[in-house]
Design a protein around this ligand. Structure first.
Ligand code: TYM
Length: 335
């Protein structure tokens, strides 16, 4: 039985934005958990392309990213009889429910979202579109439309799952029980992987400095180079101490996430190693673990026809559930 997951078959949903190549932060914080949970419940894994246009992105790039992300989901084995992989914009009910939910979220509540505040600051007045503001409400629709019990996400999305709960509660108490209350499931190790070049900042696919961002699709020599250059500190000891040794702690977290060893066991393994040896070992392990995923992904992404067929099937499967919830909601609000 999985830690934190109750006995009965639950509905599990998560999504990833196709805003760029995915990083090992996405892998350790979210995707690894998707794979772990896939056979534990009724799953929905979504390519969140609607969310992606809240910041400027070239159409051709978005389309390619969506295909690549879909390939990655398939490469990870996320598709199955009870596990649906689909693209968000292919299931129009998400947007339709989001409109209703917009009317159940306070202005101030949306304004308090940390990610909105960070992005609004980063993109300036020109980039502060209403979509960016309403982002968590669309995310609430993604979650609530499948009567989701469990949402596996990295630490940065926890606040968004919480607002989905607030909205669900508000709707349920105004009408009658309609939405299931979702719970975030956050991995213990790897919920917040940091950049290798700036271990105080998140490793993100949209970081400006990509030298510290390891992509799932990066080639071995690129990965090894990024680890070799990872920022450490002026000491020599491989020890976990997030405050004083953020670089080494991040590398230990990555090693632990990929090896399955605890941080303590990883510390023990490298207690006599130099930083150089340690970084090489982390790089080697990451390459070894990513290799089969990369190979599988290439096989899928080179077959566009197969991908398109699978996308269509996935959307049809997802729509069956989404439509039911949406019509219930429409009836309740008086449409
Ligand atoms: P996104 O695309 O930014 O990230 C996808 C998942 O990866 C996690 N993650 C990380 N975990 C650990 N360390 C990191 N450095 C790191 N970077 C990213 C994120 O927490 C996330 O779980 N809003 C979501 C997409 C979304 C969604 C949803 C998620 C849309 N609808 C419904 C869950 C449920 C996002 O932008 O994720």
């Amino acid at each position: 039985m999985l830690e934190g997951i109750p006995q009965t078959k639950k509905t599990i949903l998560s999504a990833v934005k196709p805003s760029g190549m995915l990083t090992i932060g996405n892998y350790l914080g979210a995707l690894k958990n998707f794979v772990r949970l896939k056979d534990e419940g009724k799953c929905f894994f979504c390519v969140a392309d609607l969310h992606t246009i809240t910041v400027d992105i070239e159409p051709a790039k978005l389309r390619k990213n969506s295909f690549d992300l879909y390939s990655l989901f398939l490469a990870l084995g996320l598709e199955g009889e009870d596990s649906t992989v689909f693209v968000q914009s292919h299931v129009a009910e998400h947007s339709q429910l989001a409109w209703v939910l917009n009317c159940f979220c306070g202005f101030g509540e949306a304004q308090r979202m940390t990610q909105f505040k960070d992005l609004a600051k980063k993109h300036g007045a020109k980039g502060q579109n209403v979509g960016l503001f309403a982002y968590p409400i669309l995310m609430a629709a993604d979650i609530l439309i499948y009567n989701t019990d469990i949402v596996p996400v990295g630490d940065d999305q926890k606040q968004h799952v919480e607002i989905a709960r607030t909205i669900a509660q508000r709707f349920n108490s105004k009408y009658s029980p309609t939405f299931t209350m979702p719970e975030p499931v956050i991995t213990k190790v790897g919920a917040r992987i940091k950049s290798l070049s700036d271990p105080t900042a998140k490793m993100g696919k949209s970081n400006e400095d990509l030298s510290g961002v390891v992509m799932i699709a990066d080639e071995k020599d690129v990965i090894m180079k990024k680890f070799a250059r990872a920022v450490t500190d002026s000491e020599t000891e491989v020890r976990f101490d997030q405050k004083n040794k953020p670089g080494i702690s991040n590398l230990l977290t990555i090693y632990s996430g990929f090896s399955g060893l605890s941080i303590k066991q990883a510390e023990e393994q490298f207690k006599n190693s130099s930083y150089k040896e340690f970084k090489e070992n982390v790089g080697e392990l990451v390459c070894e673990k990513l290799k089969p995923i990369q190979e599988n992904m290439d096989a899928y992404s080179s077959d566009k026809e197969l991908l398109q067929r699978k996308m269509q099937e996935g959307a049809e499967k997802a729509r069956v559930v989404a439509r039911k919830t949406l019509s219930k909601v429409y009836r309740k609000v008086g449409f």
